[in-house]
Design a protein around this ligand. Sequence first.
Ligand code: UDP
Length: 242
Amino acid sequence: MSENGITMVDENGMRLDGRTAEEHRPIKIEAGVLKNADGSAYLEIGKNKVLAAVYGPRECHPRHMQNPTRAIIQCKYNMQAYSVGDRKRPGTDRRSTEISKIISEALENVVLTELYPRASIDVYIEILQANAGTRCAGLTAASVALADAGIPMRDIIPAIASGKADGHVLLDLNKEEDNFGEADVPMAIVPGTDEIVLLQMDGHMTREEFDRAIEMGVAACHEVSDIQKDALRRRYSAEGCE
Ligand code: UDP
């Protein structure tokens, strides 16, 4: 039973939604879903539904933001008013500004920005339905959308959260586990090297629990990476048949 008296993991180690500790929610990714963007992707993980669209590289506006040596990545994470149970106040807030910043910074680790001085690569992430884990879902979708846009990258970033609920280290917390749990650790890696390019922690864990959460997260990121690559393969084999 968790600190607040709610049982989220039963005596057999099963979670309320029937998953084991190390299991992520079902993931579905489709690349190239929007005709008017340079690249796009739609992603579902459990009850989360996310759309990512990419424009660019194109001339950076406003001009004072241009970098003469490389492109900048401008990500805009937006949670729709209807994406959560209680209507969310539309527009930018501190949370969305933070998430946009950390996703841009994660992507700058893999995009070959030095190829496009003074340019901007614009990444739009729309959360259509939220059930915890949306920053990871958004980054995973954005990486596929960048690849779909043909933007040169040294790898495609997968992301997933792990955390702690009801005293157990769990992968990919759902909304209930996130709300009533003890900690949430979103992370993203470069799968080719296992470099961590996004890591946050909200809550408390022991050092051992944290190490376990990272180990679980990295292993799951590799699974997410395979799903991303499958989505891109499907997109381009379908295009070949058109
Ligand atoms: N959430 C919400 N309203 C908000 C922000 C978040 O209902 O204004 C919910 C939403 O389901 C989200 C979850 O809280 O997925 C967890 O939010 P958090 O800030 O931990 O980010 P996330 O886990 O989505 O990356």
